[in-house]
Design a protein. Structure first.
Lengths: 468, 468
């Protein structure tokens, strides 16, 4: 079966090269059910492996040839080999989180082959605390962050007693019995046509057709460098060419702690997330003697309101815009940094509200497909980096989720570093936790794990500053 | 430091693409020393990781740019990161050889990034029999099979009590104390200039300059299809486009058993190796209902005699020629197959003896760089595959070897499948064992593991036929 590939997805395929694999990933941690036996993980692996029918999304691979007139199409892999995609791995002793993150960094470094469906999943045993890990990898041409979260919700169940749940790549014919209405709706995601799996494809497809004109519009209208919409950021060690090798760091903190800071200071949870990143980046760059004099700028994707969405998305989907946030990394005081972030976020949202349709379109394009746009910006002659790093916050399931009785206890996203943007911070909320996933180029971002300590210290500092 | 790359190595770099990574590998199995503690493997890993000075061979990566006038040069990686190259891995339970081969196949599938030195090594724990495995991967532009075996000999010691032995990639300043004179000579291999690490580079470099002319010469002079030098083989499932994904199978048999068959039948150990492969391929292809009516042809690299070497190698090195061996896969009787192989090998050697210098040069080129030449053959308009698979037999150390007290108990080569040649069988002898390594494209060569059973059954059948 041959299906055309939408322009956004084609963009992700074309932007890919050996140093810039265009896949997103997820690390899920599970607590085994009570009374799980010795062979629990192997049995789980075998059960998932023997999935009877694979959903179309997980069977397709991109193809282009003279026969397709040089156009990319999705083709069904008629020699599908589940053992190529789904694997059973293990950690060396002592099986700490450190060994797990090291393995995930390594798995995230290898590029998906286009001659097979663009996904991998690894069941990982050997954590000394007895938990089970699952690393999954999907090409960005198949899913964006929001869709990935929907998929995550769709394959889990809030019912700890539900069993015989199908593998994430199994074709689903009916909603799981204990799922909510929303989950039931989302269950069939893997079965819908490829196009619908991208949340706001319309906008980016359109923007992809005229990116340079769009960016020029944006650039001309906001030449003022002090604007919250500035496309100018200082040069940092993060803004270099990257290699294909990755490091991954992940940790979670109770959302309640972030909420308390927000309440005490009149800021949002998202503001606190970015302030944590700001303090952590400051400490990290200071240690390396690489902190610039002026503030780092983060590109933060934000949801657009109904009217903005209507402008930005031809299909009326949930379009995503982008705000350039001055992180306040030049400020020594945590409270000052949080205030700076809050103000910059607010300015950015206000600016989005006052933007012309074409500007909203451009900003949405930036928010939708950040991995493609720096290339475009470069093409349009912008010499300095438009921003220093991307910080995304994608909402995930709010309640405890289970897979065949195993409790999901953490879920950490792995994202896409690109040339000029060697670090990506993506957060997902899950069951009262804010889960941070930091993905960096192994060469360009040294000692990535230290950022976790800095994030933790910054959270404590923000609590102290907020009088908690 | 910048060094030019020799033409043969450049050939391997240029021939590489996503479906055809050009690296060779080795799986070494070790028995831990008596009294090894719980942390033996981690300590071994940490000791090797903290190598003080890395040898130049393991620090260089290929580079080309406008600055180098588009030519490939070796550059020293000034941001060398040992953790990218040397890794600690583990097998999932139950930790059988099956899980080990699966992991090796997976590790062998990923391409080495050119922006870093072209090697990887993995210490692998979790074998249920308590042994330790080491998978290593080196780009074919750095080593050929014979050099790899010398390197192997150089990093081991015949002395079980020797300790403080450096990692394979460590710079060596003096020969290990208990090594033989030959080993001492080889110890410094990793330190010699890059060029010298290839055994007979001169010839291939020369041939690379005029491959099409050479092949045409060869082709014209041996148009007779019944000749042992025929460059025509039947089409089989092995002779298709391949993917970048690999399967690996490995097993060893006592050389004594092969030698006994040779003695009883007047054939060589190498003849018996090829006859084993012949019977195994016949059984394998019969099961798949894919056995061709005419014999499969194997390309078998052989050493040239002194005079031939002189012709083939400008530097007088140990040049390697190639013989096209009719494997006798169309014959039902094991004894007939062995006779057919023996005759074909003898014809081939005789033909090499009677060849003109230019023909020897061409056959040597084929034997030296098989991974490149099918591309050339295709370019020269030969439509049918020149041979069906490559069977190499590279001599290794004859005595028991140790690394820091761990006994090397098996050593299995992983080689390079290429487009049109989806399976490679490479054998190495070690300490009384003939170790087979079968590397195949995961998609094109299904059920690769079955070949091990077939090889074993064929050895038994040959013994019976020889009256043993």
């Amino acid at each position: 079966m041959v299906t055309p590939i939408d322009p956004t997805s084609v963009g992700f395929l074309l932007a890919e090269n050996r140093s810039m694999p265009m896949h997103v990933g997820g690390l899920a941690l599970y607590k085994k059910p009570e009374g799980a036996g010795r062979n629990y993980i192997r049995d789980l692996y075998e059960q998932m492996r023997s999935c009877e029918e694979v959903a179309p999304l997980f069977l397709r691979h991109p193809h282009r040839s003279a026969r397709t007139a040089g156009q990319f199409v999705w083709e069904t892999d008629d020699q599908f080999d589940i053992d190529h995609h789904f694997r059973h791995s293990a950690l060396p002793k002592p099986g700490r989180i450190r060994e797990l993150l090291e393995l995930c960094g390594r798995l995230h470094s290898t590029r998906l082959a286009w001659d097979r469906p663009l996904w991998e999943a690894h069941v990982i045993e050997g954590l000394r605390d007895g938990r089970v890990a699952m690393y999954t990898k999907l090409h960005h041409s198949l899913v964006d962050g929001v869709s990935a979260m929907r998929l995550l919700a769709a394959i889990h169940s809030p019912d700890p007693d539900e069993r015989d749940m199908p593998a994430p790549w199994a074709r689903r014919n009916r909603p799981p019995k204990a799922a909510s209405e929303q989950a039931a709706l989302e269950t069939s995601l893997a079965d819908v046509p490829m196009q619908a799996l991208r949340t706001a494809m319309g906008i980016t497809a359109e923007a992809a057709g005229m990116p340079i004109a769009l960016i020029k519009t944006l650039n001309h209208s906001i030449r003022n460098e002090t604007s919250a919409l500035s496309l100018y950021a200082p040069r940092t060690i993060l803004n270099q060419q990257i290699t294909g090798s990755r490091r991954f760091a992940a940790q979670d903190w109770p959302i309640e702690r972030l909420r308390a800071i927000g309440k005490a200071t009149g800021t949002t949870i998202n503001d606190v997330v970015i302030a944590m990143c700001s303090g952590a980046m400051r400490a990290y760059l200071l240690e390396l003697n690489e902190l610039p004099d002026t503030s780092l700028v983060a590109m933060v994707p934000v949801g657009l309101n109904a009217k903005q969405s209507q402008i930005a998305s031809a299909e009326g989907g949930n379009a995503v815009g982008a705000i350039m946030v001055k992180m306040g990394t030049e400020l020594a005081d945590p409270a000052d940094r949080l205030r700076s972030v809050h103000r910059s976020m607010k300015d950015g949202k206000d600016a989005l509200s006052s933007m012309t349709p074409i500007q909203i379109l451009a900003m949405s394009a930036l928010g939708q497909a950040p991995a493609i746009f720096p290339v475009v910006l470069k093409m349009s002659g912008i010499a300095r980096p438009p921003y220093n790093l991307i910080i995304s916050n994608v909402p995930g399931p709010r309640t405890t989720q289970y897979f065949n009785g195993s409790q999901l206890v953490g879920n950490y996203p792995l994202s896409i570093p690109i040339h000029g943007m060697a670090l990506n911070i993506t957060c997902t909320s899950y069951d009262g936790l804010m889960c941070f996933g930091l993905t960096g180029c192994r060469r360009t971002v040294p000692h990535l794990q230290r950022l976790l300590t800095h994030l933790d210290q910054e959270l404590v500092a923000l609590e102290r500053a907020a009088g908690i």
